[in-house]
Design a protein around this ligand. Structure first.
Ligand code: SF4
Length: 224
C-alpha cells in the first residue's frame, strides 16, 4: 500500500487540475441531513435547486418543515428526482425528531464526543458512518477524516487502500489514509474530501476513468 505521507503532494496536483473547491451550501448539521434527503441520485446542480427551494420555504428549520403543507413539500421533493413522496416522509421524520427529541437543537449533538455524536447523527435517514463523519467535519466541530464514494474510489485506485467486500471496511481503510493528517485540522481535511470527490466525479469515474487526462497517471497503479 502507498504511504499516506504521499497524499499531500498528490492533493496539490489535483488542486492544480481542478482549482480550489467551493464549499457546498449546507452549513449546520440539520442543513447537511436535509441536503442528503431532499434529493436522490441527481447531479449537484439539481440537489442545489431542491435544497434552495427548501431553504426558501422553510429556512431549513424543523419548525418550518413541519409548518409547510404536504403539497409544497412534495413540489420541493419533485425537484430532487425520483420517489419524491418517500423524501417528503423522510423530511417530516427528520423535522419531527429534531423538534420532539432534541428540542429543535440538533447542533447540541455536535458537542458530544466523536463516537456519541456519530451515533446520534446516524439515527437520521440516509446518514451512515460516511455521512456522519462529513457532518462532523464540515461543521468544523470534529477534525475527523471523511470521504464520499468518489474520493474513496480515487484512494483505492491510487493504491492507498485495498477494496474490501463490504463498503464499510473499505471506508475504514480509506479514511485511515487521512488519519495521520488530522492534526492539519478541519480545513485541510475538507479540502482533501472535496478534491478527491471532484477528481472521482470528473476524471476517475466509476466505469470509465479518463486516465489520459489525469495528472496522477504517472504514479497510479490503476492507470490504463
Ligand atoms: S490514473 Fe486513472 S485510475 Fe488512476 S487516479 Fe487517475 S483517473 Fe483514476
Amino acid at each position: 500500500m502507498r504511504d499516506p505521507s504521499a497524499l499531500p503532494a498528490l492533493l496539490n496536483q489535483l488542486e492544480e487540475q481542478h482549482g480550489v473547491q467551493r464549499r457546498l451550501p449546507p452549513r449546520t448539521a440539520l442543513d447537511w441531513i436535509l441536503w442528503e434527503n431532499v434529493a436522490y441520485l441527481v447531479s449537484d446542480k439539481r440537489r442545489k435547486a431542491a435544497f434552495a427551494a427548501l431553504q426558501q420555504k422553510t429556512k431549513l428549520s424543523a419548525e418550518g418543515i413541519l409548518a409547510l403543507s404536504r403539497e409544497d413539500l412534495l413540489a420541493i421533493a419533485q425537484l430532487g428526482g425520483m420517489h419524491p413522496a418517500n423524501r417528503v416522509a423522510k423530511l417530516l421524520k427528520i423535522a419531527a425528531t429534531v423538534q420532539d427529541e432534541l428540542d429543535g437543537d440538533l447542533d447540541s449533538v455536535l458537542e458530544l464526543p466523536h463516537a456519541k455524536a456519530r451515533r446520534e447523527l446516524k439515527r437520521f435517514p440516509g446518514i451512515g458512518d460516511p455521512g456522519a463523519d462529513k457532518i462532523l467535519l464540515f461543521t468544523s466541530t470534529h477534525a475527523v477524516p471523511a470521504l464520499d464514494s468518489n474520493g474513496l474510489r480515487v484512494l483505492v485506485r491510487l493504491g492507498f487502500a485495498r477494496e474490501a467486500k463490504s463498503y464499510s471496511t473499505t471506508y475504514r481503510a480509506a479514511t485511515a489514509v487521512l488519519a495521520p493528517h488530522v492534526e492539519r485540522g478541519c480545513p485541510w481535511l475538507m479540502r482533501a474530501h472535496d478534491l478527491l470527490r471532484k477528481h472521482g466525479q470528473q476524471v476517475c469515474k466509476n466505469n470509465e476513468p479518463y486516465c489520459d487526462a489525469c495528472p496522477l497517471a504517472d504514479v497510479c497503479p490503476s492507470a490504463s
